[in-house]
Design a protein around this ligand. Sequence first.
Ligand code: NAD
Ligand code: ZN
Length: 355
Amino acid sequence: MAASKNVSRYSFGVGAIDELAELVKSVARRASAIYLIDDFFKSKKLPLNLRSQDKLIYIDNTNEPSTEKIDSMMEDFRSQELSTPDIVIGIGGGSTLDTAKAVSNMFTNEGSAADYQGWDLVKRPGVFKVGIPTISGTGAEASRTCVLTNYTKNIKLGMNSNYSVFDYLILDPSLTKTVPREQYFYTGMDTYIHCIESLNGNLRHPVADAFSREALRLCEEVFLESDDMMSDDNRAKLMTASYLGGASIANTMVGLIHPFSAGLSIAKGTHHCEANCIAFNALGEFYPSESKKFQAMLKKQDIVLRSNIVSIDDTSFETLHTSTLVHEKPLLNALGDDYRKILNKNRTKELFLRM
Ligand code: NAD
Ligand code: ZN
């Protein structure tokens, strides 16, 4: 059995981001640092101490990261004759964190990002990577993958590898203050969904179970028991839950909701966390008690999900079906060896029509 890997160092607390300048100085004394920052922060003041050799790139996350986008960024670095940096820093939500992980890996592994989509394909450790989440929920800060859409193959799949784990995290809850309410809910629910999928799966792991249970407890405090899900206290709780959910999923596997969500992302361009909520809403029968709580959370936080994403005369059922069924491991985890029989084309169509 493969040994588990978690992030080795992290600091947590309001103001933790002030440590970044010192960290960069200590890891990359003379060599360069690359900062990849969500473009929401273009007009915001972050405590960066940019030196002449450093490079800062704002990331537009209108579309979630893709293998094509990573390849084009690497192409740009090469054309600018940028030498391999000593440190790559990602500041943003799951999209930016995954971009940073992929870029870090691609500086030391030749070819296309697409060559490393799958399990344990990355050959060499990437550049020292620092993750600074500005939205809580995806667990990308703690997981061993960076999820990339591959438009050529019509798949959404990560570089699942111990080399995709961040070396250092700065978890500063003050950074999530500005997240729009709905986005905060959708992304926060990602950790809830990771944890219920892993706890209901066939591939259990006692440490992951413990992480998941605590993450679920925190999510319920934030979304079910509180009238202000974005209070200072709740943002710190959700940041903790996200980290624990990511650490859990690093040791286990998602279940049924994520493959359907990936289908929606591929066929409809729906972003991961909103797609998860829409898929969960339609797949309640597979997770009955958790689904009841999810409905109560939606009501409590006054969130209305988009509906009629898929309609009967849709031409994309084939894409929806294949881009769901391609997620063999999560589906085996959720449904066992018979998953292809259970999820035949009629059944997936019927489930997608609920979305
Ligand atoms: P995101 O990074 O896609 O960002 C969503 C939006 O929020 C963007 O418009 C961004 O500009 C904005 N934003 C970010 N921080 C903000 C802030 N502090 N204030 C205001 N606006 C802010 O959002 P996400 O939901 O965190 O990430 C989704 C991505 O994470 C998907 O690509 C998904 O595939 C990936 N993911 C990765 C893992 C993993 O383990 N690697 C797990 C789950 C999901
Ligand atoms: Zn997810």
